[in-house]
Design a protein around this ligand. Structure first.
Ligand code: NAI
Ligand code: 15L
Length: 279
């Protein structure tokens, strides 16, 4: 292939896509949905991937295994790593070294496109702006070592784009679960179907360089501006509001002084790593 996109009839195909973190929550949503968007997946995780005996199994700390996994693929969707706060050493190994190994492998094997799972926690200490939509151009302000590792991933993507021409779309994902679990998630929810739409847009948009986009559904209570994601072709169809009655009946409205109503990262800003920083 000469670029990340091939057109076959009305379906845009990106060829073979390596999906790291395929055994996890988002990985499972995408394994179920991306093939319908025209993508052929190779699943990978350090754990067995349920229902996929052909999935690759390796730790992102193993640079040679990572390189072998990307050999011959057309793009990578990189979800693998620790997805919540943890001790610094654990985050360093899985998220920082692991993402470095991924980019080195991609560069050396000539893979042109990465879709990188970043997070709202890369910018979690920014205040909520009370009505003004928050763009995807916020500078890093991590709320945890986890968020710091996501800011690292975004910076690494910029370096590999500028220096080596590896293209990346970094997704600052809000909360991707089957349904919103809290009042905060009425704003931050990314539905599984919209997640697949967003990843498809990120895989197929031309000439992205390194583009950072916010990743949520078309939520009535959204804080985030989706214009950069829409510019890639993302058209969200879901809205967390359909769950608002049930969520509010369970949790009640947020007090304006609650951290989930004041800061992008919400309660992550008050989260300590288990066992202390070196845990
Ligand atoms: P998850 O924790 O369910 O899945 C992560 C997967 O990565 C797991 O299957 C795990 O086995 C694998 N993994 C962890 N360390 C690894 C290593 N060293 N080597 C190989 N595989 C390893 O997380 P989830 O929710 O599916 O999130 C996927 C990605 O999206 C993560 O990078 C997460 O940080 C990011 N994200 C998720 C959000 C969400 O709401 N689910 C929000 C923002 C970002
Ligand atoms: C994340 O980055 C986490 O991976 C996920 O578990 C959620 O906590 C999400 O952010 C969120 O902010 O709701």
């Amino acid at each position: 292939m000469t670029g990340p996109v091939q057109r076959t009839g009305s379906v845009q195909r990106t060829g073979t896509v390596l999906l790291t973190g395929a055994a996890g929550g988002v990985g499972t949503f995408l394994r179920e949905r991306l093939p319908a968007h025209g993508h052929r997946l190779v699943a990978a995780d350090r754990l067995p991937v349920p229902g996929d005996p052909d999935a690759l199994r390796f730790d992102l700390g193993d640079a040679e295994a990572v390189r072998a996994a990307v050999r011959g693929v057309d793009a990578v969707v990189h979800l693998g790593g620790i997805s919540v706060e943890d001790g610094f050493e654990a985050i360093l190994d899985a998220n920082i070294r692991g993402t470095y190994h991924l980019y080195e492998a991609v560069r050396r094997e000539g893979v042109r496109r990465v879709v990188l799972a970043s997070s709202n926690h890369a910018v979690g200490f920014h205040p909520l702006t009370g009505g003004t939509p928050i763009g995807s151009d916020l500078p890093p302000r991590p709320d945890t070592y986890y968020g710091l590792s996501k800011a690292f991933g975004e910076n690494l993507a910029t370096l590999y784009s500028d220096k080596y021409g590896v293209q990346t779309v970094s997704l600052r994902i809000g909360s991707c679960f089957a349904r919103p679990r809290s009042v905060r998630m009425l704003s931050t929810w990314l539905s599984p179907d919209d997640c697949a739409r967003l990843v498809h847009a990120a895989l197929t948009a031309p000439d992205v360089g390194h583009t950072v986009v916010n990743g949520i559904s078309a939520n009535t209570r959204a804080w985030w501006d989706l214009s950069s994601a829409r510019a890639l072709g993302y058209r969200p169809r879901d809205d967390a509001e359909r769950y608002a009655g049930a969520v509010l009946a369970e949790h009640g409205e947020l007090d304006p002084g609650h951290v989930d109503a004041r800061l992008i990262g919400g309660h992550f800003t008050e989260t300590e790593p288990p066992g202390g920083a070196a845990g």
